[in-house]
Design a protein around this ligand. Structure first.
Ligand SMILES: Cc1cc2nc3c(=O)[nH]c(=O)nc-3n(C[C@H](O)[C@H](O)[C@H](O)COP(=O)(O)OP(=O)(O)OC[C@H]3O[C@@H](n4cnc5c(N)ncnc54)[C@H](O)[C@@H]3O)c2cc1C
Length: 536
């Protein structure tokens, strides 16, 4: 076998997958048909869940120092300031990163690419996947190399992180149902001065559409996004200068653009692949789903796909899990993509509708409703959970199991385990639980009862056990998340709950591993646990 995993595409999704595999000791081969990293910023929003993952990867400090924390959105309509929607720290107590970070896709790709190099993995640029055939045990791949020649190799698994026009998807015969939106978008990175409130998102609503001004790094730098006015939609030779009169008409005559360093127009599609896997080939990121940029979810969803598949693929490649574990990737991630498509479609349709009623809603009602709603704590929390992607859960997924009952409102199997501050040692300091969780292993959290010794579970080095001491500070923090009384949570490496229950029976943990395609050590103490299961 030439490589265990061939990653096709070195965009954000491919880079995340390559990093997750490398961190777990699996060296993947990663190729891209382009000659080097993309220079355009494209996606701008990095959500809290992505920052939580960056924290595990040792990238978060760099991301935070390069990016800009979103503090609020100023809403304008017909050239007049309407309202401010507070966005700063709306996820307080919910995530270590309670905001959205404005950081261009190019910066995200750069920091993930640099990290990958520290593992000794280089991206093979100018290298294109042009054909493959699957066998039962591996995939025969044909690549076009930088000098134009072809090279054949074998890969145990192929990850299609190759964007909306995915070759892996097409060659696998997986359809991509959906449709393009009728509108054409433009995006421009500019230097501009005007009435925009500095350092925050400025949203200009008008009867026929909207313009978004995102603050970028540097003085007076703004990313401007909008839909092309009807009269310009058919033009193919459009330049940013052709649009400035329209933007100024809506945003105010004081607005002036000094420079435009990047301008692009693009049609947006909403599509979801009918399957995310064909035997040894997977689809991730834009290859699996594309949707409107409403809510800044596109790049982040691809990164989560990679985080979901990464730990599973690593365990399978290292012989610590059976290939059947990989079925859960599609079962967990496809419903997330489908739900995202439905939500972004609804929001987007409202934002771009040409109808008179929608125009009135955009210019007279929307700003006030949003500003009012975001002063209500429950609404803020719900909005943050959705937009930040911390609310994504796999409750109906094949890896989620609850034993017995848990208190109303407590985290359930499939949920991302909440962010807590706990005393992890009797008489020890209060610590950030997320900092203590090892995301290359399973973590068993045991509350209000004795915890088993990790070695006794018979799953080798795959698990860390955290016995959380009884303590008034812990009780307070746990009550906040409705974990009252004895409980245990087995967290998967990606921080989602696999198994949960109240009274811990150590054999149930071993059984969970065995029943969910994870290898148990039949010679170790876990064998006892397994034989208990057989006897039951
Ligand atoms: C102009 C523009 C603006 C956008 N703005 C936003 C935004 O504001 N917010 C947001 O969330 N999203 C935005 N997006 C979408 C966002 O950029 C994508 O969701 C994100 O890039 C998806 O990442 P990916 O890694 O899955 O795919 P991509 O970034 O498309 O990467 C795929 C990679 O695969 C490579 N590749 C393709 N075929 C092959 C092959 N056969 N062999 C080898 N390599 C191959 C390509 O060269 C490419 O580098 C925007 C997109 C565009 C085009």
């Amino acid at each position: 076998m030439d490589t265990d995993v061939l990653i096709v595409g070195a965009g954000p999704t491919g880079l995340m997958l390559a990093n997750q595999l490398a961190r777990r000791g699996v060296r993947a081969m990663i190729i891209d048909r382009h000659s080097g990293p993309a220079q355009q910023s494209r996606a701008m929003a990095v959500q809290a869940r992505t920052l939580e993952i960056y924290s595990k990867m040792g990238l978060v400090d760099e991301a935070l120092s390069l990016g800009r924390e979103g503090t609020g959105a100023s809403m304008w309509a017909n050239g007049k300031w309407m309202a401010r929607v507070p966005l700063g720290a709306i996820g307080k107590n919910l995530s270590p990163f309670p905001y959205v970070l404005a950081l261009g896709q190019d910066d995200n790709e750069r920091i993930m690419g640099a990290k990958l190099q520290t593992y000794g993995v280089d991206i093979q640029w100018n290298t294109e996947l042009i054909a493959f055939q699957q066998t039962q045990d591996y995939v025969n791949v044909t690549l076009k190399q930088p000098d134009g020649s072809t090279r054949k190799l074998t890969a145990a698994w192929v990850a299609g992180c190759d964007g909306g026009k995915s070759a892996v998807r097409d060659m696998s015969g997986i359809t991509f149902p959906g449709a393009p939106y009728e509108h054409t978008f433009f995006v421009a990175d500019t230097e501009a001065i005007g009435p925009m409130k500095p350092g925050e998102l400025n949203v200009y609503m008008w009867q026929d559409g909207f313009h978004l001004f995102f603050p970028m790094r540097g003085k007076d730098r703004w990313r401007v996004i909008g839909i092309l006015p009807k009269a310009l939609r058919a033009r193919t030779d459009l330049k940013f200068e052709d649009l400035t009169a329209d933007i100024r008409r809506e945003a105010g005559a004081e607005l002036s653009f000094k420079e435009c360093s990047w301008f692009s127009t693009y049609r947006i599609h909403h599509r979801c692949a009918e399957r995310f896997r064909d035997r040894r080939c997977f689809l991730l990121g834009d290859a699996a789903h594309v949707h409107s940029p409403a809510g800044g979810q596109g790049m982040n969803t691809g990164l989560q796909d990679a985080y979901n598949l990464g730990w599973k693929l690593a365990l399978v490649v290292k012989g610590q899990a059976d290939a059947a574990l990989l079925d859960s990737y599609e079962q967990e991630r496809q419903p997330v993509a489908q739900r995202l498509l439905r939500t972004t479609d609804r929001i987007f349709t409202l934002l771009v509708s040409d109808s008179w009623v929608a125009g009135v809603f955009r210019t007279r009602v929307l700003a006030r409703i949003l500003a009012r709603a975001m002063t209500i704590e429950r609404v803020r929390g719900a909005a943050f959970r959705t937009i930040s992607q911390i609310g994504i859960r796999y409750r109906k997924g094949p890896l989620s199991q609850v034993l017995g009952s848990l208190p109303e409102g407590a985290p359930l199997a499939g949920d991302r385990f909440p962010w807590l501050h706990l005393k992890l040692q009797t008489n020890g300091p209060v610590e950030d639980l997320y900092q203590k969780l090892d995301d290359t292993r399973f973590n068993l959290l045991v509350f209000g009862q004795p915890a088993p010794v990790a070695e006794s579970l018979g799953v080798g080095d795959l698990i860390r056990v955290h016995a959380i001491p009884d303590d008034p500070i812990n009780a307070n923090e746990l009550t906040r998340t409705h974990i009252t009384g004895p409980a245990f949570y087995l967290l998967r490496p990606d921080g989602h709950v696999g198994l949960a229950g109240s009274r811990l029976d150590a054999a149930a943990v071993t059984r969970y591993f065995a029943e969910h395609h994870l290898r148990v050590d039949r010679g170790g103490a876990g064998a006892g646990a397994l034989s208990l299961r057989s006897a039951a």
